[in-house]
Design a protein. Structure first.
Lengths: 292, 145
């Protein structure tokens, strides 16, 4: 049975924990709003971009001269997994879910005899992958100092990936990130970026219009494909940022609630022990008086 | 009043402009072009340059780099990797862009010693950047070609 003093210390400590988690929840809520806005702002660009790419890819894709970024290297032996996670913890299962998805994917590839290379973005993912897949890690991008994700960050990562592609380090690249559905639900996603696949469904009714291309279709495609990689990474990073804050918000909300329940239980226990001590003292006094 | 069409300028980070305009002058990779209502559907890539818009409520100029423009029956949409209203362009910004182009050029020169193609492309990029500087009246550092 803990002493009164111990209980009091416990209660105080849980109370201060609750204050911290509450504050973190509120900060996450504010950041979430901003992250969501950023994600929404980027949507028109990504949508238009994909629509045009889908059209271009459909008309050029079939030919032999199609760029490697679109048609692939002709082999799928080496896979690069780009695992994008957060730089900070305390956000529930957010990082674990992404890493789990990547691990399953890696296992499947390894089982079918493929080579797997992993590039991590964000410290948390690297820490989790290092144990099982330490030999496969080929690089890491640190975004710790980045307060607000800008397109330049995505370009940097894209440049790194494209550089490796040009060197022939891998044949297929897939990015792993979490899609933001709402505050309580973030769905880990795997998206293949090299060779690029553009959905026909993005096409609008203008898909049937015949366009003039300046310069040629092939040249435009060659110019835009690397940008497509950056765009895909950028939207992945933004979705991730929103998901991270969402996950943190609900995790901290739970933590705050748990702390509240714990304080209640501890307070009841504290009151009971205090009452027991008082009763004990009274019994001692009374029996002492009776003995006289 | 001349016919107007829808004009959208979007960068990856935000939508810069969405309005009705009379004409748009686009710095295309193969040369400038002006799009007006009824222009043939065209897709062109951009070179770094000034995009100027004429509308019923006045015009606007933007500095754009990289990306493409899509002219369709519905209007003109320009997707630029970097787009800044001309008035917001600062010396530092320009310096930064020129610096970046200079690096690309230097790298290209090292990597493709005997192939003029990529080197020329990079040199063109660099001089385009410098031309922007002259156009908007900021002094650009002289490139090292």
């Amino acid at each position: 049975m803990p002493s009164l003093k111990d209980l009091k210390i416990r209660i105080e400590s849980v109370k201060s924990t609750r204050k911290i988690t509450k504050a973190m929840q509120m900060v996450a809520a504010a950041k979430l709003r901003r992250a969501q806005e950023a994600a929404e702002m980027s949507r028109p660009y990504a949508e238009r971009f994909n629509a045009v790419m889908a059209r271009l890819a459909a008309s050029v894709g079939g030919s032999d001269s199609a760029p490697k970024l679109l048609s692939g290297t002709g082999s799928d032996q080496t896979h690069l997994l780009v695992v994008m996670t957060s730089e900070r913890g305390l956000c529930g299962g957010f990082n674990t879910n992404i890493v789990k998805k990547a691990k399953t994917h890696a296992q499947e590839l390894l089982a079918s005899g493929k080579t797997v290379k992993i590039l991590t973005v964000g410290k948390k993912g690297r820490d989790q992958l290092r144990r099982d897949y330490g030999d496969h890690l080929v690089g890491h991008v640190d975004l710790t100092d980045v307060k607000r994700i800008s397109y330049a960050d995505a370009q940097g990562i894209a440049k790194d990936i494209l550089g490796r592609f040009d060197e022939g380090e891998f044949d297929v690249a897939t990015i792993f990130y979490s899609d933001f559905v709402n505050v309580v639900s973030q769905v880990p996603q795997a998206k293949q970026i090299i060779p690029a696949s553009y959905d026909e469904e993005d096409q609008d009714e203008s898909g049937s219009t015949l366009f003039d291309y300046e310069p040629s279709e092939e040249e435009i495609l060659a110019d835009l494909l690397p940008r497509g990689v950056a765009t895909a990474i950028f939207s992945g990073l933004l979705e991730n940022a929103a998901s991270e804050q969402g996950a943190r918000m609900s995790a901290m909300d739970n933590a705050t609630r748990n702390a509240g329940e714990m304080i209640e239980d501890l307070t009841i226990e504290f009151n009971r022990s205090r009452q027991a001590v008082i009763t004990n003292e009274l019994i001692e006094i009374i029996s002492g008086a009776e003995a006289l | 009043m001349a016919d107007t069409m829808q004009f959208d300028l979007v960068s990856p980070e935000r939508r810069l402009a969405s309005m009705k305009v009379n004409s748009v002058q686009i710095p295309g990779a193969d040369g400038d072009m002006t799009a007006m209502e009824g222009h043939a559907p065209t897709i062109t890539t951009l070179r770094p340059g000034i995009l100027s818009v004429e509308g019923p409520e006045g015009g606007a100029d933007y500095v754009v780099t990289g990306g493409f423009a899509e002219i369709s029956s519905g209007g003109v949409s320009v997707l630029a990797e970097r787009a800044v209203p001309k008035g917001d362009m600062t010396q530092e910004h320009l310096d930064e862009m020129i610096e970046e182009a200079q690096q690309t050029y230097t790298k290209a020169k090292e990597a493709f010693e005997n192939e003029p193609g990529p080197v020329d492309d990079a040199a063109k990029l660099l001089s385009d950047m410098v031309a922007i500087g002259d156009e908007i009246g900021l002094s650009s550092k002289q490139p090292n070609l």
